[in-house]
Design a protein around this ligand. Structure first.
Ligand code: MG
Length: 200
């Protein structure tokens, strides 16, 4: 156990923390579904790309891969590979999060920003947070999603595409949690939360 914990600390570096940054942009096109953060959003146009072109999921993946010091999404999931055609991008997120846990890391939090002139993303923020959190194996409170407009400036402002940015913080997983296992609430805390809910 001590050796394994030591390896995790060594992997995470002296502070035990690692940060990753990701960004992605896809053009809006007719005849495509609009999927962001794993959520299908009703809109006449969707994002063009080889997979479902979920720019937000791709940015999160790249941030996590960067924190792990691994090659980027384009290298890991090439857009010439027919296995990835129209593939739901949350599967990429799930796979990379599983790899992070397998390497002895826990995901502390993820924060993201979407730039989209249209459609209005506000009603979809909460579903996106929950979908990303589910794929990452973290509580929804550990995922931030913010939507911005480009105020008419440039290609994004002309609603020609969507830009996503993501940052992720990871650290050595607490000793005792099996590699690959998502974070589970402690029974005592779950009981306390449920009692608090009942008293509201
Ligand atoms: Mg992409």
């Amino acid at each position: 156990m001590a050796r394994s914990t030591g390896r995790r600390r060594a992997a995470a570096g002296a502070t035990g923390l690692r940060v990753g940054l990701g960004a992605d942009v896809h053009p809006l096109a007719d005849g495509r579904r609009l999927v962001l953060g794993g959520v299908e959003i009703p809109h006449p146009r969707g994002l063009a790309g080889h997979s479902d072109a979920d720019a937000l999921a791709h940015a999160v993946c790249d941030a996590l891969l960067g924190a792990l010091g691994l090659p980027d999404m384009g290298t890991r999931f090439p857009d010439v590979d027919p296995r990835h055609r129209d593939r739901p991008s949350l599967e990429f997120v799930r796979e990379v999060a599983r790899e992070a846990r397998g390497r002895g890391f826990a995901i502390h939090n993820v924060d993201t920003v979407l730039f989209a002139e249209e459609p209005c993303l506000r009603p979809h923020i909460e579903p996106m947070r929950r979908a990303l959190a589910g794929a990452l194996g973290v509580p929804p409170g550990a995922v931030g999603v913010k939507a911005k407009r480009s105020e008419g400036l440039g290609a994004l402002g002309r609603a020609e595409g969507v830009l996503a940015q993501a940052v992720v913080l990871i650290g050595a997983a607490p000793a005792g949690r099996a590699a690959g296992a998502p974070r589970k609430p402690r029974p005592g805390r779950a009981r306390a939360r449920s009692a608090a809910r009942r008293s509201r």
